[in-house]
Each structure stands twice: as structure tokens, then as C-alpha cells.
Write a protein that binds this ligand. Structure first.
Ligand SMILES: C[S@@+](CC[C@H](N)C(=O)[O-])C[C@H]1O[C@@H](n2cnc3c(N)ncnc32)[C@H](O)[C@@H]1O
Length: 197
């Protein structure tokens, strides 16, 4: 099997890392949901050796992630775990969670499931960082996001750009308050919450 490659990771990894370096500076155990190829994990874990970076994704994606992790052979990226947000989650004490470009791929019920499970895998002061496109006030932030959303919905009715306010409500219900919302290149956002209860 050829090693998978996501060119978007090459473009967005440095701007994301620039934010995480600061906002996750005091974090030690990061759970990544929907790692995709594992490219973000390799880049971030190499740059920040103090982070223990746990990749997860649906079982189908694990062989590709393993290829990236095995090749990098970093001491802080354990073997990826199979985790579909719909299924049972392993217990955990992660003080950070990261996910990129996943909320618009999952159905809304899956997004809900993700947030429902968060308290069970995180510490009481955990931080959560989610990267991707968001709508605000029911509106697209750009023409390119509007076109992207049309393309997504043509691929699958369950896929769409999420409303930031609706995601905040799920986070709030899970005990996480929004602490930052950083504008990123290509009309994406890196939104950060912290667990308060
Ligand atoms: C567009 S890819 C993003 C991958 C990677 N995070 C990135 O930014 O390149 C969306 C990812 O979400 C994952 N995903 C979709 N539905 C999921 C679910 N129900 N549970 C866990 N992961 C899911 C997919 O397997 C895929 O890896």
C-alpha cells in the first residue's frame, strides 16, 4: 500500500503548529480524533517532543497512519488507536484534544457523539482545539467556503460546514468554554475551548 498523502496538511501544519505551540504549551497528552494520514501528528510531535500525541481514526485509516508513524519513529507517537466517534471510546486522561477537518465530514449525530464522549477521556482542565471551516451567524465567511459546502453536500447529505454557535453549545454542554478563535489561512479557524467543570 502506498503511503497516503494529504497535501492540505503540508499547507496548514505550520500555521496550526504556531498556535498550538502557544495554546498547548503546558499540555502533555494529546488525543487526536480523525488523524487521517497521521501527517499532522508526525509534524507536531516532532516539533514538540514534550507532547505524547495519540493518533486515532476509523480502522480503515490506521494502516496509512502507521506508515507515517513508523517512518518517523518518534518516541512520543504511540501506535494509532481505532476510534470511531460513534462507538465505545477507550478511557483516558488526556489534557488536550485536537481534531482537524473532521466536523464537516462527520454527520451532526457524530459531532454530537464526539462532544458527549469528551468528558470521559479528558482531565478536568483539558483544552480542545478544532481546526477547519466554520459558519458564523448562519453565514459563510467566504465564497470559497460556500462553494466547498456545496461540494461537500453533493458528496454526502450528512456533510456540511458547521455553525460555530451550534458547536459551542455542544462544547458548553460537555463542560468546555470557548477561550480562543483564531483566524487561519484559507478561511479556516482554529477554535479552542477549555474544560471548566
Ligand atoms: C477530511 S479528513 C481529515 C483528516 C486529517 N485530520 C487532516 O486534517 O488531514 C476527515 C477525517 O475524519 C475521520 N472521520 C470521519 N468520520 C469519523 C468518525 N465517525 N469517527 C472518527 N473519525 C471520523 C475520517 O476517517 C478522516 O480521517
Amino acid at each position: 500500500m502506498d503511503k497516503p498523502n494529504a497535501p492540505s496538511c503540508e499547507r496548514n501544519r505550520e500555521p496550526i503548529l504556531a498556535v498550538l505551540r502557544d495554546r498547548f504549551a503546558d499540555r502533555r497528552k494529546v488525543l487526536e480524533i480523525g488523524s487521517g494520514t497521521g501527517q499532522h501528528a508526525v509534524y507536531f510531535a516532532q516539533a514538540m517532543p514534550q507532547w505524547f500525541w495519540q493518533c486515532t481514526d476509523r480502522a480503515d485509516n490506521l494502516p496509512g497512519i502507521r506508515q507515517w508513524l513508523d517512518e518517523a519513529a518518534l518516541p512520543n507517537t504511540p501506535a494509532p488507536l481505532a476510534l470511531d466517534v460513534n462507538d465505545a471510546w477507550p478511557a483516558g486522561d488526556y489534557d488536550a484534544m485536537f481534531s482537524a477537518n473532521t466536523l464537516h465530514i462527520m454527520g451532526w449525530d457524530e459531532v454530537q457523539s464526539l462532544f458527549l464522549h469528551l468528558p470521559g477521556v479528558t482531565t478536568k482542565d483539558a483544552k480542545l482545539a478544532i481546526y477547519g471551516p466554520f459558519n458564523y451567524g448562519g453565514r459563510y465567511t467566504s465564497e470559497s467556503n460556500a462553494s466547498f459546502d456545496e461540494w461537500l453536500q453533493a458528496r454526502g447529505e450528512h456533510m456540511r460546514i458547521r455553525d460555530a454557535e451550534a458547536v459551542d453549545a455542544l462544547a458548553e454542554a460537555a463542560g468546555f468554554a470557548l477561550i480562543d478563535d483564531v483566524a487561519m489561512p484559507a478561511n479556516n479557524r482554529l477554535r479552542i475551548w477549555q474544560r471548566t467543570r
